[in-house]
Design a protein around this ligand. Sequence first.
Ligand SMILES: NC(=O)c1ccc[n+]([C@@H]2O[C@H](COP(=O)([O-])OP(=O)(O)OC[C@H]3O[C@@H](n4cnc5c(N)ncnc54)[C@H](OP(=O)(O)O)[C@@H]3O)[C@@H](O)[C@H]2O)c1
Length: 344
Amino acid sequence: MKATVIHEFGDFDVLKHEDIEQPSPKPGHVLIKVLAAGVERLDHYIREGSIVPELPFPHILGADAVGEVAELGEGVTGFEIGEREIVAPGYPQEEDETDIRPAVTAPSFALPGLHISGTYAQFMEVPAYALVKDETGLKPEEVATLPVSLATAVHALKQIGEVKAGDKVLIHAGASGSGSMQIQVAKAMGADVATTVRSDAKGEFAKTLGADLVINTRKEDFVEQVKEWSGGLGADVVIDNLGGDVLSKSIDAVKPLGVVVAFGFAAGTEVTFDVRNLFFSQKQLRGSMASDMEDLEWGLEQVRAGRIKPLLDHTLPLSKAAEAHRLIANNEVTGNLVLLPWAE
Ligand SMILES: NC(=O)c1ccc[n+]([C@@H]2O[C@H](COP(=O)([O-])OP(=O)(O)OC[C@H]3O[C@@H](n4cnc5c(N)ncnc54)[C@H](OP(=O)(O)O)[C@@H]3O)[C@@H](O)[C@H]2O)c1
């Protein structure tokens, strides 16, 4: 089969499109013919070597996949060959750990493309318990935009941020893969949403997703804008996809007792803030990482109900994964990019 693999960390050109041996499903596992694989900023970080110091090379990146059941491993029942399935974007490798919550705390929890072989391939083998039937009615390339962005958005807003209907929520980078989905999830939960962008074009896009207030941070100060929007107090919850200097300002933008959810680090990994700004007003800083099966299922329910839509920027053949990574690294993507393993 064809797969895009890395043999070393490095720049975009370490992504090599190669013939490799097709996996066969272990007992309890299913062989999936991958129809479409999403591209995440995390894939870019892993490829350049900034997430883990070593990997068992050659390694296949990618955490998002939708595909068809191609072969059943020993003992697997309840699946039809050719049936459309979504691969959970992270799951324990040991079946007896599937009830542990949050799933990321299970000792054998693994993200495809990081801890285990990923989705940039024509076939992948997955435990049957990590598959969710695709009943969205969407095209594979649309579905492939969803697993990571949707499930992690639900996890961050619902479980970690504990957002309630009527809450005022600030979401950074509203046109990014994560931010664009978080806006939709927050709106589906009945929240009012403010979002930040750095260009008017991305701002227009964020408005189409239902953002109530769009702040272009090249022209306006988001702390001032959010305070004014929320009657002076600050947001109930901030989802911070950016880290760095932005995160320290997110603490200023949240109300007393409010919650800042640290979700990403596109603007930097090091953050400096005055600790008094946190405890005097009992603000809370919480981390959100990956998702549970319930997050994906709840999100997919919203998709089926038409409350959340996939945001596909464009597709590329899998052989063009290096170009996809370049676009992500240069912030040239609105919504999500998807690779097609069977396209020329
Ligand atoms: N916690 C989790 O489970 C989880 C899951 C998925 C992703 N993440 C993390 O979330 C972050 C965003 O991921 P993504 O997939 O949404 O990325 P993405 O689609 O590549 O978008 C990132 C966006 O961040 C903005 N940005 C970049 N540098 C910035 C800076 N210095 N200041 C302000 N804005 C900046 C850019 O938008 P503008 O041009 O509009 O500013 C860019 O489009 C990443 O760090 C990723 O690793 C975490």
